[in-house]
Design a protein around this ligand. Structure first.
Ligand SMILES: Nc1ncnc2c1ncn2[C@@H]1O[C@H](COP(=O)(O)OP(=O)(O)O)[C@@H](O)[C@H]1O
Ligand SMILES: [Mg+2]
Length: 470
């Protein structure tokens, strides 16, 4: 069984008792930097957050706890405010010195289930490690005992654990930590871990976003975590403190994940079953100004992304054709307020993310966005504005105004002028103009969305997007 194989302890270059010489890694430094180059600069936020969540989940089923992204206050205070390093602390199981050596200093080594669907044992080391050659400092408490190791790049290029000097002068791969070296979050706990990101050099301020982060730099941690996690375990508080004002520490803000925000801002929602995916769509409210401001904290404008587990993959930013993808799904009107989350619905082994956890692959290929778009249009039609919808319905302007005020268009709130899917509209008119489904984002799928529509082009489509211009 691959599962059992990967759980056993690997020992490099030694022949096993059966004489089999197992594959070993000759140049782990090369491998780490190679895999690291496939990650974005912010991927470490995801990896270290998940490690914290896993460490809390390992305490007991549905254990509560906290994962906190904050400045390393001990360093900050000890240096008179000069040294600013980002850290993440969790109230999870913590690690012993031996576990730190084994899990932090070995690639593909994981204390949790190692499999395609779970941990690869390379996450934090490649994503966060590669961006912090000056060191990822682990300060971990287990059973009341604290230990420190520092995973970093030697000046000669080798990655590994830096020797630590003990009070008695000897040097080891770790050193014990005293109670006064505990971060604030762990006071009163006898377990938990803090990881400090030391960056590229002594003076590197790792609380600041990397240069590659172009949008929402002020709240880059919040923005990245909300855009990455669709939901977070309710029992764990994930908190972020960023953007300190002169001399005044900022407040800790809780991260809830994208779905929490979508639920608050959606005015219509539905589910469409495609051949190998489930498409969850939401129309967000028309308060564009507020949503544009909130784009600094969560993915608050129109986008299409894939869902895998509790996470979002493959979000295409507007600047790289994100709206174009929505238009491929027939969202011609109102795309800046439509969110589509595609959840592949296939046998588990057909869906994989790459080792760097940047890409989701279906049968080892990029996700079939264009085909999904076609299927979506086939089942759901294209979106149009209420004015176009009204003209299709043959309503007078007065009638449209009245319906708008009353919020009587399918899935609409009073006063909004957002898009309607044409087949919805047609069906709604056929039923005498009564609302088809409620506006709660959790509303069940409209039944007609599940059945496959005629494969040929439906007649209504020509009235909205004539064949010649399609
Ligand atoms: N914050 C933490 N608390 C407890 N254990 C941890 C923590 N971070 C990492 N570990 C241990 O180290 C292992 C390796 O972590 P990592 O390099 O991120 O790889 P992966 O998470 O893919 O297994 C984890 O599986 C876990 O056993
Ligand atoms: Mg991990």
């Amino acid at each position: 069984m691959p599962g059992q194989l990967s759980q056993r302890d690997h020992t490099a270059d030694a022949a096993a008792v059966d004489g089999w010489h197992e594959l070993a890694v000759a140049n782990p430094t090369f491998l780490l930097e190679r895999l690291g180059s496939e990650c974005t600069d912010v991927q470490g936020l995801r990896e270290l957050t998940v490690n914290g969540l896993d460490a809390i989940a390992a305490l007991s089923a549905r254990a509560g706890g906290r994962v906190v992204w904050d400045r390393d206050w001990l360093r900050f205070d000890a240096s008179g405010g000069r040294v600013r390093k980002l850290s993440v602390t969790d109230t999870g199981t913590g690690m012993t010195p031996e576990q730190l050596r084994k899990y932090i200093n070995q690639l593909a080594s994981s204390g949790r289930e190692q499999s395609a669907a779970a941990n690869f044992g390379v996450g934090a080391k490649i994503a966060a490690g590669s961006r912090n050659p000056h060191g990822l400092e682990y300060r971990s408490w287990h059973g009341g005992h604290g230990s420190l190791v520092c995973f970093k790049r030697h000046p000669d290029g080798r990655w590994g654990l830096e020797p630590q000097r003990w009070p008695d002068g000897r040097r080891e791969f770790w050193r014990p930590l005293g109670e006064q070296e505990k971060p604030w979050l762990l006071r009163g706990y006898d377990h938990g871990t803090q990881v400090v990101l030391l960056g590229r050099h002594e003076r590197h301020d790792t609380t600041q976003a990397a240069d590659s982060v172009t949008d929402g730099r002020r709240h880059w941690i919040t923005r990245d975590l909300n855009g990455r996690f669709l939901r977070l375990p309710e029992e764990v508080e994930v908190l972020v403190r960023e953007q300190h004002r002169r001399g005044q520490p900022a407040q800790l803000q809780r991260i809830y994940g994208e779905r929490h925000h979508l639920r608050q801002r959606a005015i219509a929602a539905g589910v469409v079953q495609l051949s190998d995916a489930i498409a969850h769509w939401r129309v967000l409210d028309e308060d564009h100004r507020t949503r544009r401001r909130e784009a600094a904290f969560w993915a608050s404008t129109g986008h299409a992304a894939a869902v895998y587990g509790d996470e979002l993959y493959d979000i295409l930013p507007q600047t790289r054709g994100g709206y174009g993808r929505l238009q491929d799904f027939g969202i011609r009107f109102g795309y800046e307020q439509v969110v589509l989350h595609l959840e592949p619905h296939v046998q588990a082994d057909r869906l994989q993310c790459n080792t760097a956890r940047m890409l989701l692959l279906l049968d080892h290929e990029p996700l079939p966005w264009a085909r999904w778009g076609e299927e979506f249009v086939d089942r759901y039609g294209v979106s149009v504005g209420l004015d176009v919808a009204a003209s299709i319905a043959g309503f007078s302007e007065d009638k449209v105004r009245e319906l708008r005020r009353a919020g009587r268009f399918p899935g609409h709130r009073a006063g909004t002028r957002v898009m309607v899917f044409v087949p919805d509209l047609v069906e709604w008119m056929r039923n005498g103009g009564e609302a088809q489904y409620d506006t709660a984002p959790t509303s069940k799928a409209p039944s007609h969305g599940i059945e496959r529509r005629r494969a040929d082009r439906p007649a209504w489509m020509d009235r909205v997007s004539p064949r010649s211009s399609a």
